[in-house]
Design a protein around this ligand. Structure first.
Ligand SMILES: Cc1cc2nc3c(=O)[nH]c(=O)nc-3n(C[C@H](O)[C@H](O)[C@H](O)COP(=O)(O)O)c2cc1C
Length: 195
């Protein structure tokens, strides 16, 4: 069976460098044999996470997002860093997706446990969003997602792309290596594929 990967950006900006980066990663994953679903977090109209909202009116978009996470074996995530950490958009999406489906215990973590992620960051700064990536690794580890070893960092993003193409040679070379690792790890570890 083929690994299913969910690919998305932690930036909702039109023209986002991180959206371009995750688009390229998604194509590499398809080339490596994975089935990839690309989503835009903006389409889910997620409100800010609120425990009262969860209890009384679980948002439709949040339930749809959580179900998509559950249905996939791994994730390709490209996100800018904002003020040295992950973007609020990304953290909010992870928080909603981590909530249990009706009737499931809180500890199930069906959207994340045993899954695999590849993490990337494009940034206009010379540091390439490394601080945000380190935080993202910590968050994903807490919810029991294994993160592939490579950090894909695209510094000075205004000069690193030519239209949709990534022209900075260092991340461009490392990206398919990381994506292939994610596909292999997701195939080997996924609870769905190894039930
Ligand atoms: C609120 C905010 C905070 C930012 N903080 C950082 C930062 O800490 N480090 C950094 O490298 N870039 C930072 N940036 C600049 C981003 O790298 C830049 O906006 C980048 O283009 C965002 O990614 P995107 O093109 O995918 O939207 C920040 C931008 C915003 C709007």
């Amino acid at each position: 069976m083929t690994a299913r990967l969910l690919a998305f950006s932690g930036s909702t900006r039109a023209g986002s460098f991180n959206q371009r980066l995750v688009d390229i990663a998604a194509q590499h994953a398809r080339d490596a044999g994975a089935e990839v679903t690309e989503i835009r977090l903006k389409d889910f109209a997620l409100p800010l996470y609120d425990e009262d909202l969860e209890a009384h009116a679980f948002p439709e978009g949040a339930a749809a997002l959580r179900d998509l996470f559950i249905a996939h074996d791994g994730f390709l995530i490209a996100s800018p860093e904002y003020n040295g950490g992950v973007t609020g958009v990304l953290k909010n999406a992870i928080d909603w997706a981590s909530r249990p489906s009706p009737g499931q215990p809180m500890t199930t973590l069906a959207a994340f446990r045993g899954k695999v992620a590849g993490v990337m960051s494009a940034s206009i700064s010379p540091f390439g969003g490394l601080r945000g990536i380190i935080q993202l690794r910590q968050i994903l580890g807490t919810i029991q997602t294994v993160v592939a070893t490579e950090n894909i960092l695209v510094p000075l993003a205004t000069k690193a792309f030519d239209g949709p193409a990534l022209t900075d040679p260092m991340p461009a070379q490392l990206l398919p290596v990381m994506v292939k690792r994610v596909v292999r790890m997701a195939t080997a570890l996924s609870p769905r594929l190894n039930a």
